[in-house]
Design a protein around this ligand. Structure first.
Ligand SMILES: Nc1ncnc2c1ncn2[C@@H]1O[C@H](COP(=O)(O)OP(=O)(O)OP(=O)(O)O)[C@@H](O)[C@H]1O
Ligand SMILES: [Mg+2]
Length: 666
């Protein structure tokens, strides 16, 4: 049970919570939702006792015997010890193991009939029982299984916790929380750092979880699957919906509609009363009724619709145009020590392309973005930037995009840009930072606010080539839409890493997949990639051997496609159909050209005849003959010119067809 009693909270002048009251019963499964900056993270931290409340209290009865697991939204501090060691230490097993060893030594050194020995034996047995109660013997195996589910590899188990990137540290902590099965689990955007496979793993783990779960998420599918209650934070208030996310959306709309109707009725009622008061104010005989109606008005609690969040649009400022080839990778390879991430990558990024970079976690997407953005250097091959390419990079690690010690305004002022102060302030406003907000320190910003600020910095750089690594993590659904819209209208080139299918789908036209150290290309959107990938895994041998897929874009290179082997029957049928259709169309076109050529020949013959006639002396003797002949010649020339134009167009079309057919046969 968690009891939130009349909680209010302010940060400076800004009120975050206003009289929140909420009883969370055991085994509840709650999704905490709301726009960026509404106070979701603050509420979880308050439940953890990490925030000082302005008013009210949060009580957890029997707190001492309740275990709690909390996953913060970003940045966790871990110790420089290996993964399994860390897990053991945090679960108290290391201490127990040490105690057991001490007892064993003591027992070995004392004679078996002494009273000390008996005492020692009892303590030893108690320690053993505690160790067993914590499932100490099976712990390591379970820990490894859990880590594996989150994408860690065998060789990772001996690495130090501090050696992992921010995203992986979050996974580590998530794995630990799930492993320790606390009574209360508070997860702040747990899906942000997960790929599809790990997400499925997390969902399966949470499905089996028996305790109280509160999860913050902007992922409606995740919420729909796992949650039985939605708590929405908006405008300093909390509203509870007893259902999953889809129910919440429907119910919210219904409640809003009901409220609107009620407001209308109330307004009509108030208007009527006011009219009565106005009309009879001066009449002594009606004074009593007027008074009573005025009292009625006082009693009315005027209904109001919740504060509307501002609708904003954002636009990338125009940037200089880059050359046609934006980036050329040749024989590119990267290894960390003995561990090779990939090698022999060849690809070209062309101006104006919007490319998704996909692959399972650890495949090397982030590594590739770091090479492209020059954050790191390759260990083999080369990356060549095109002419006039101006790049901007959004790192998956928020701390790399922003200096947490600076204020919003300091961060923005630092960007080398053509924008004036006023333009910057306007942009800040569009990103929902206004007034005094801009002097806030980055460290106190909510997850979504940090992402917005980092994206704003990118926009100010006048770049024509954006490399974005998971830019939509932390963004609420509305902001995500706004950002997607801005990217759709962006004229530069874009390489984006994301697991968000809906975000990617209408955005990209080319997908590069990194798998087992190589790249595979798909000319299509994300759904096309998923479909193609699925079809391929059906025809591929189970070993998932290293086979490339039809890229359809030869000049992009990189793919040594052995097309014919891996085409499905349906694909072959469709291709044959296309070939036939092309051949048919080409036949028609050829026929048209032939007919035209015949007509041209005929007219050219007629023209020659008329010219001959014109030159004969007899023509001069017939009055008006020369004029008539000239007019006929002009008419023939006109017709011929038109035919020549048609002929040119048709032959060009025919040539185009021949190229297409050749490509299709290749
Ligand atoms: N210590 C602090 N000092 C001042 N303002 C703060 C502090 N902590 C949080 N805030 C502000 O309070 C608001 C709520 O922050 P919180 O992190 O709880 O939001 P959130 O709902 O979790 O948002 P998001 O979806 O972006 O994670 C934000 O506007 C944030 O900037
Ligand atoms: Mg948050």
């Amino acid at each position: 049970m968690i009891n939130i009693n009349n909680v209010s909270l302010n940060f400076g002048e800004k009120q975050i919570f206003e009289h929140l009251t909420w009883s969370i019963t055991d085994k509840s499964r709650i999704g905490l939702v709301g726009d960026n900056g509404q106070g979701k993270t603050t509420l979880l931290r308050a439940i953890m006792g990490q925030v000082e409340l302005g008013e009210g209290s949060i009580d957890i009865p029997n707190r001492k015997n309740q275990t709690m697991g909390y996953l913060p939204q970003d940045t966790v501090d871990l110790e420089p010890i290996d993964l399994i060691g860390y897990f053991k230490k945090r679960s108290g097993l290391t201490e127990l193991e040490q105690a057991i060893r001490n007892h064993e030594q003591q027992l070995a050194g004392s004679s078996s009939d002494s009273s000390d020995h008996l005492q020692e034996l009892a303590a030893y047995e108690a320690a053993l029982a505690a160790f067993q109660a914590k499932d100490g013997y099976a712990f390591e195996a379970r820990a490894k299984q859990m880590l594996k589910g989150f994408g860690f590899k065998e060789e990772d188990y001996v690495k130090k916790c501090t050696d992992f990137s921010g995203g992986w540290k979050m996974r580590l902590l998530l794995a630990f929380i799930l492993l320790s099965q606390p009574d209360i689990m508070l997860l702040d955007e747990p899906t942000n750092h997960l790929d599809t496979e790990s997400m499925e793993w997390l969902e399966a783990q949470l499905k089996d979880y028996q305790g109280t779960l509160i999860a913050i998420s902007h992922d409606r599918f995740f919420l729909d699957k796992l949650i039985r209650q939605i708590a929405e934070l908006a405008g300093r208030k909390l509203t509870i919906y007893k259902g999953n996310y889809s129910y919440y959306l429907k119910e919210k709309e219904l409640r809003l509609e009901a409220l609107r109707k009620e407001m209308e009725l109330q307004r009509a009622e108030i208007k009527k009363i006011n009219e009565f008061v106005e009309r009879f104010r001066a009449k002594a005989t009606k004074a009593k009724q007027v008074q009573s109606r005025l009292k009625m008005l006082d009693k009315y609690e005027v209904l109001q619709q919740g504060e509307k969040t501002r609708a904003v649009t954002i636009k990338f400022p125009p940037a200089v145009k880059s050359g046609r080839d934006v980036l050329v990778a040749r024989d590119l390879g990267k290894s960390y020590g003995e561990q090779e991430v990939f090698r022999n990558l060849d690809f070209t990024v062309y101006r104006g392309e919007r490319i998704a970079l996909v692959g399972v976690n650890g495949a090397g997407k982030t590594t590739l973005t770091r090479l492209i953005s020059k954050m790191e250097s390759p260990t083999a091959g080369a990356l060549q930037d095109g002419l006039n390419v101006k790049m901007a990079f959004y790192s998956q690690e928020s701390a790399e995009n922003l200096d947490y010690k600076k204020t919003i305004w300091e961060e923005i002022s630092e960007v080398g840009t053509r924008s004036s102060d006023l333009e910057r302030r306007n942009l800040l406003g569009a990103f929902l930072f206004s007034g005094n907000d801009i002097h806030k320190e980055v460290s106190v910003l909510s997850g979504g606010e940090k992402s917005r600020l980092a994206l704003l910095k990118i926009m100010l750089q006048d770049a024509n080539f954006l490399i974005l690594d998971e830019p939509t993590n932390h963004l609420d659904i509305k902001t995500k839409d706004i950002f997607q819209h801005a990217l759709l209208n962006y004229h530069g080139t874009l390489v984006i890493v994301s697991h968000d299918r809906y975000f990617l789908d209408c955005l990209v036209q080319r997908v590069i997949e990194i798998r087992q150290g190589r790249i595979y290309e798909y000319t299509g959107n994300y759904s096309y990639f998923v479909e193609k990938r699925r079809a391929l895994s059906n025809v591929l041998p189970a070993s998932g051997s290293d086979v490339a897929i039809d890229a359809g874009r030869k000049e992009a290179g990189g793919v040594t496609a052995n097309k014919s082997i891996y085409k499905t029957k349906e694909e072959k049928r469709r291709e044959a159909e296309v070939r036939n259709r092309l051949a048919g169309a080409r036949g028609d076109l050829k026929q048209k050209v032939a007919v035209l050529e015949e007509r041209v020949a005929l007219l050219e013959g007629q023209r020659a005849d008329k010219e001959k006639e014109l030159c004969e002396p007899a023509a001069c003797r017939v009055p008006g003959k020369i004029k008539a002949l000239n007019q006929e010649l002009i008419a023939i020339s006109r017709k011929l010119n038109a035919f020549y134009d048609d002929w040119h167009a048709l032959t060009e079309e025919l040539e185009g067809f021949d190229v297409t057919i050749e490509q299709n046969n290749a």
